[in-house]
Design a protein around this ligand. Structure first.
Ligand code: CTP
Ligand code: MG
Length: 224
């Protein structure tokens, strides 16, 4: 494998409701992070995995992942971008392709990880998996009054893993300003073109309690 994967897993999971940090919440009896790392380790391209864990849980996460795959675990930051930067700083010399993958996308298939890596290997500087937007989308003001309808045919919902040539991601983080919610956003600000590949519905981000229930059912029914 020629790929390093950074796994931001340091978030609290506020929208999931009270409990452990989200990456440590259980899905079919195992933490979300275990599900995510197992799938990453199953992707043949993946050589190195660096996890950004909640500061208070770094040792616990090391113990948790030791039987799953060889990983490095670093303390995360106050927001996602800081967690990714911390993980990036811990990647050893070698891999020239770096993927960034949310622990919260616990059911992401190894095939999607491979297809993002392959698109970078084929020459793209930055690659994101996307899905079409299925709902009609409105723009509203602060009083929830509709301002207009957005042309959804030009919109895409963005997932992870996002893949980058290593130097491109490093430059984007070195030049980063206010925190953004994804890494491609930083790369776009550098004027680097970002390419889309088809995403996967199984790569849904577990954000709210409904998503956790959905993931439980998908695991049980589809054996993903
Ligand atoms: N993340 C991180 N460090 C942070 C915040 C988020 O590593 N300081 C990670 C999360 O662990 C998650 C991914 O970024 O894997 C996507 O973030 P999100 O889904 O928003 O997770 P949380 O921030 O944990 O959830 P919430 O916003 O509901 O608190
Ligand atoms: Mg968050």
């Amino acid at each position: 494998g020629d790929v390093a994967v950074l796994v931001p897993a340091a978030g609290a999971g506020v929208r999931l409701g009270p409990g452990r940090p989200k990456a440590l919440r259980l899905l079919a009896g195992e933490p979300l992070l275990v599900h995510a790392v197992r799938r990453l380790a199953a992707a043949p391209s993946v050589h190195t995995i660096v996890v950004a864990a909640p500061v208070a849980d770094v040792e616990a996460v090391r113990d948790l992942l030791a039987p799953v795959a060889p990983v490095s675990v670093v303390p995360g930051g106050a927001h996602r971008q800081a967690s990714v930067a911390a993980a990036l700083a811990a990647v050893p010399a070698g891999p020239e392709i770096v993927l960034v993958h949310d622990a919260a996308r616990a059911l992401t298939p190894a095939e999607l990880i491979e297809s993002v890596a392959a698109a970078v290997r084929a020459g793209a500087d930055a690659v994101i998996p996307v899905l079409p937007v299925v709902d009609t989308v409105k723009e509203v003001d602060s009083e929830e009054r509709v301002l207009g309808t957005v042309d959804r045919s030009a919109l895409r919902a963005v997932q992870t893993p996002q893949g980058f040539r290593r130097a491109v991601l490093a430059a984007a983080h070195a030049g980063a300003g206010d925190p953004l919610t994804d890494d491609a956003g930083l790369v776009e600000k550098q004027g680097v073109p970002v390419r889309c590949v088809p995403g996967s519905e199984y790569a849904l981000k577990i954000t709210r309690p409904f998503d956790l229930t959905l993931a439980e059912h998908l695991l049980a029914a589809d054996g993903v």
